[in-house]
Design a protein around this ligand. Structure first.
Ligand SMILES: [Mn+2]
Length: 389
């Protein structure tokens, strides 16, 4: 029987992965959205599917909502529904990118009427937070331009700052604004929040309740994401992750599938920076789409991938690493990290799950549960949830 070192168990208990409601709906690429049988028809069914991920992993106790996709009449009822299923509602994601008015931008649009409409939506999201008890508002803007000269780059930053300020000032004492950046797409010449530096600058200007979101798929190829993580943690401004994997651009594949070593390096910086503790305020979220694979197992697999990389990061021998680093032992220091990465932590995680009263194999346990067949049989009629893309 594998024993789990106490510091590793403590880190794994602290590693709570938040799942996104949209992962359970239909999704696809620009070319086709493929429907899957049994997909949720409403936010209540999405939360029910999310609860299955927590049921089998014990590590995904919250679910992010996306407004307006998850708009409901009674948020108190949805909150209670989540609690009844053993999970809670998490971050509220705003959506100001799917309305014809936003063709030239939302909060940075040259027309004040459109900016007002977009800012009002962000304020509505804070109302939803008040109703659900969610503490974090996550903002991603598709705003940008496609052609040099199309709009004034600096004026767009001013408009962005003005909208962020209005929303920031509306936040309660225990609420935060999480600002996400993305290099390109849908805009191809400039994005108004293209990188961590721009997001960080706006957060610094706003105040302590504004922090940066690192979506692992939102960088140029070759970007050293763990350096960004280390820098933001050092500055106390890393609010959250949107985890996913990419081979090319913003692929939104299962986290840890394309480059497990990168995920390990990122989580090593999180461990070093104190983000994998019960006291940490960094949220570890998934932002993924399961276009061709079944969605609930795709989420379970993703949570397991995060746990595996977390366990490896927790196994790094920090005393040996510090000794090698201070001695200038380049190869020795690198070997300490690689020893941890090369460890097969699957037996350790199986033992950890058994200690928690879980099945050691969440994928097999879910497959044997009959839930997948039940939702295919039950969810007949109605309109399946999807991106709305
Ligand atoms: Mn994201």
């Amino acid at each position: 029987m594998t024993t789990v070192p106490e510091h590793v168990a403590a880190g794994l208990r602290a590693m709570e992965v938040e799942v996104p409601s949209w992962a359970y709906g239909n999704s696809g690429t620009r070319f086709k959205v493929f429907a899957q049988a049994g997909v949720p028809r409403d936010p209540y069914e999405k939360v029910a599917d999310a609860a299955q991920v927590h049921r089998f992993t014990g590590a995904a106790p919250s679910v992010s909502l996306h407004i307006p996709w998850d708009r409901v009449e009674d948020y108190g009822k949805l909150t209670q529904h989540a609690e009844d299923l053993g999970v809670r509602l998490g971050v509220i994601n705003a959506n100001v990118f799917q309305d014809d008015d936003y063709m030239l931008g939302s909060v940075t649009h040259p027309d004040p009427r459109v900016r007002r409409k977009a800012t009002d939506h962000l304020l509505e999201c804070v109302d939803v937070m008040d109703a659900t008890g969610s503490t974090d508002l996550k903002l991603w803007f598709s705003d940008g331009t496609n052609y040099p000269g199309q709009d004034d780059i600096r004026a767009r930053q001013d408009r962005l700052a003005e909208a962020l300020r209005e929303v920031y000032d509306r936040l309660g004492d225990d609420q935060r604004m999480l600002l996400e950046y993305k290099l390109f797409e849908p805009a191809f010449y400039t994005m108004d929040v293209p990188d961590w530096g721009t997001a960080f600058a706006h957060c610094i200007a706003l105040g302590e309740k504004a922090e940066v979101v690192v979506d692992t798929g939102h960088h140029a190829p070759g970007t050293n994401i763990e350096f960004i993580v280390a820098t933001l943690l050092r500055a106390g401004r890393l609010g959250a992750f949107d985890f996913n994997s990419r081979f090319y651009a913003d692929d939104d594949l299962m986290v840890g599938s394309a480059d497990p070593f990168q995920l390990f390096r990122i989580l090593h910086e999180c461990v070093v920076g104190g983000a994998v503790t019960a006291e940490s305020t960094v949220r570890f979220m998934l932002d993924q789409c399961h276009n061709i694979e079944p969605k609930i197992p795709g989420q379970i697999r993703s949570v397991m991938n995060v746990q595996e990389s977390t366990a490896k990061a927790l196994l790094v021998d920090h005393d040996a690493l510090a000794a090698a680093q201070s001695a200038g032992d380049v190869l020795g220091a690198n070997a300490v990290l690689m020893d941890a990465f090369d460890t097969d932590v699957r037996p350790l995680l199986a033992a950890f799950r058994e200690e928690q009263g879980l099945d050691p194999d969440p994928m097999a346990a879910y497959a044997a549960s009959g839930y997948a067949d039940a939702i295919v049989a039950d969810r007949v009629g109605g309109t399946q949830a999807g991106w709305g893309a």
